[in-house]
Every structure is written in C-alpha cells, then in structure tokens.
Write a protein that binds this ligand. Structure first.
Ligand SMILES: CC(C)(COP(=O)(O)OP(=O)(O)OC[C@H]1O[C@@H](n2cnc3c(N)ncnc32)[C@H](O)[C@@H]1OP(=O)(O)O)[C@@H](O)C(=O)NCCC(=O)NCCS
Length: 337
C-alpha cells in the first residue's frame, strides 16, 4: 500500500482587535449583568473590530503572523481557505481579498462555510490537497466580524460573541506527526437553530427584512447548548478512534470557545482534567470560526502544548456542523523547514 503523507501545522498566528468590550459595557446596552454572563457563559470580555476593519483585514493580519511563524513567504502559498460566517461581502470571497492583501500571488483561494466548525473543516480539507500531492503549503484561516451581524438589542445573543482571526500554515511533516485523525459531521435538519435568515437568495434584502431584524444572528440557545454538550465528546472520540488513540492519550484539548459550561461538560465526558483543556472564552467570547485557532495559538505560544503532544481540536456550530481532529504536535519535525 502506498504510504500517505503526514500533514501538520508548521506556523500559526492570530489577530484580535484592540477594542475590548466588557460585560459592564454590555450592561449599558441591554438588560443584563456581569454576574449573569460570567455564571452562564464564562465570558468576561470580547474584542470588537474598528469600524473601518472587516473580516479580510483581521484574516490578513493573522495570516501574515502565521507565515512569519512558519518562516514561509506569501509566494510559497498554494491555496488559501478562509472559514467564515461573516465574509466582507457575498463575493468576491474573503479568501481572494486576503490573497490580494498578503500578495500570495501563486495561491488559489476559496471560502468555506461551516459556522464555528469552520477552521477544523478548512484544516482537514486543506490537508487533503497536500496528502494528494497537489499542493505543498496551504493557509487555513478562521476569521469573523460577528459584531456586524449581532442584534445589539437581543441580550440572548449579543453578549456571547466577539471578533477575531486565527491562521495556520499547513505542510508535510515527518511521518507520525501532524493530523493523525479527524471527523467532519453535519446535521442540516438543525439549521433553524442558529441562522442569519436575511440577505441571501431566500430572503433578499428589503426594507421589510431589515425591519424584521432578519440580517442578524437568530439562535435557539437552549437547543444549541444541548446539541453542543452531546456532540463535543462524541466528535472528539471519533477523531481519536480514527487516529488509533483514546482519550487517555490526550495531552491538550482545544475546544471551540462558546461557553465554559459546554467545555466543562465535554471534558467530563472525555474524563479529561481541566488542566489539559485550553480555555480563553473569558477573554474573547465566541469568535466562531476563529475561536479554535486563537485558542490553539495561545496554547502553543504559551507553552501549554509541547513537541510530541497529542492535541485534540473539536468544534460545533451553525449548520448544524461539528468537526474534530487529533494532531501530534511537532512543528520542528517539519521536513520542509
Ligand atoms: C445562550 C445561553 C448562554 C443561555 O443560557 P441558559 O442557562 O440556557 O439560559 P436560558 O436560555 O435558560 O435563559 C434563562 C433566562 O435568562 C435570560 N437571559 C438570556 N440572556 C440573558 C442575558 N444576557 N442577561 C440576563 N439574562 C439573560 C433569558 O431571557 C431567560 O429568562 P426567562 O427565564 O425570564 O425567560 C446558553 O443556552 C448557551 O450557551 N447556548 C449555546 C449557545 C452557543 O454556543 N451558540 C453558538 C454556537 S457555535
């Protein structure tokens, strides 16, 4: 049987906007309290993009940092995949805007829509091109300006989300390192639970769609919560199974940062102590497709992830979707560096 290539992350970078919005700030906007938000979600503050910045701006900054971290030039990139639910516009794709910004003149580019699971979907998708021998270096980015699609009069949703971007450079790694296993999943029958109903071909923008607030996030929080609690442990276990590992082999879990209670219950289901779980939802809220790469970067550069560690990424989101991957961390093992 032909030996398949090992593919991993050889550089990672993030960008979050400077502006911090605290729970106290939100108390002045909607009927909520710092206590409620912290107790129910674990979120203390989130970042909000400056008015003149859009998703491609955040994505481009994160991408440049990932390139620098990998020691790779923009010209070496063969493909850019941007996972986002908040593209700058319908078209051109945000990936094309990033390609122009960072001058990745040799790269193909496309966006991928898988909600908060988007980064892991993009990473697994991108890795296939390298395994197949079609491309050598790929930029995968999760980037969001969720503040632009939040209904700032709806306390059920506006307290939960934030803006940010995270990017990773994928390349071939030494055998045994990189992505060892993964699972991508979807259940479109749950699409109504988390959606932005206005502006697409179903409900094109009109004065009525605006007045009905259809251009904002609509969410059934309780149902999404139940789905998340169930799927996080299941999906992580599926990726571990695919890698021939079990939860006992996990050194670090990088869960989608939506709600501390969802993260805790996922860790419990996997019987993982919380010191093996990366948490930064307190600082950024739910940054959707950006949340996993932002958490991963903080864990890597903060020393929580070491060479040879088994790292599990797991996310869930609109679609409904879920995605998980097991990575044997080994940047220095990269054969192309
Ligand atoms: C949204 C979420 C935090 C709500 O927490 P919860 O403990 O389930 O709270 P409930 O929905 O039961 O609401 C309890 C009460 O708090 C109120 N409430 C909701 N948001 C509030 C806020 N920001 N401040 C104060 N009260 C709030 C509700 O109106 C409700 O009041 P009522 O009982 O008078 O109707 C939780 O369901 C959640 O995290 N869901 C998953 C969301 C998610 O991850 N989405 C992204 C997926 S990628």
């Amino acid at each position: 049987m032909m030996e398949t290539k090992s593919v991993g992350i050889i550089g990672i970078g993030t960008y979050v906007p400077e502006k911090v919005m605290t729970n106290k700030d939100l108390e002045r906007i909607v009927d909520t309290s710092d206590e409620w938000i912290v107790e129910r979600t674990g979120i203390q503050e989130r970042r909000i993009a400056a008015p003149d910045m859009a998703t491609s701006d955040l994505a481009s900054r994160a991408a440049q940092k990932a390139l620098d971290d990998a020691g790779v030039t923009a010209e070496e990139i063969d493909l850019i995949i941007v996972a986002t639910a908040t593209p700058d516009m319908f078209f051109p794709s945000t990936a094309c805007l990033v390609q122009a910004n960072i001058k990745a003149v040799n790269a193909a580019a496309f966006d991928l829509a898988a909600g908060c699971s988007g980064f892991v979907y993009a990473m697994v998708t991108g890795s296939q091109f390298i395994k197949a021998g079609l491309y050598k270096k790929i930029l995968v980015i999760g980037a969001e300006c969720l503040s632009r699609i939040l209904d700032w009069t709806d306390r059920n949703t506006c307290v939960l989300f934030g803006d940010g971007a995270g990017a990773a450079v994928l390349a071939e790694t030494d055998p045994g390192y990189g992505i060892l296993g993964s699972q991508l999943g979807a259940d479109g029958s749950g699409g109504d639970l988390l959606k932005l109903p206005g502006g697409g071909s179903r409900n094109p923008a009109t004065g009525e769609t605006v007045s009905l607030r259809m251009h904002f996030v609509h969410m059934n929080g309780n149902e999404v919560f139940k789905f998340a609690v169930k799927i996080m442990g299941e999906a992580a276990n599926k990726a571990l199974e695919d890698a021939g590992l079990s939860a006992a082999d996990v050194d670090c879990l990088i869960p989608h940062q939506a709600n501390i209670r969802i993260i805790q219950s996922a860790a419990k289901r996997l019987k993982l102590p919380m010191d093996k779980v990366m948490i930064n939802v307190n600082k950024y809220g739910n940054t959707s497709a950006a949340s996993i790469p932002i958490a991963l970067e903080e864990a890597v550069h903060g020393g929580k992830i070491k060479q040879g560690d088994n790292v599990v990424l797991v996310g869930f989101g609109a679609g409904l979707t879920w995605a998980s991957a097991v990575i044997k961390w080994g940047k220095e093992a990269n054969i192309n560096c």
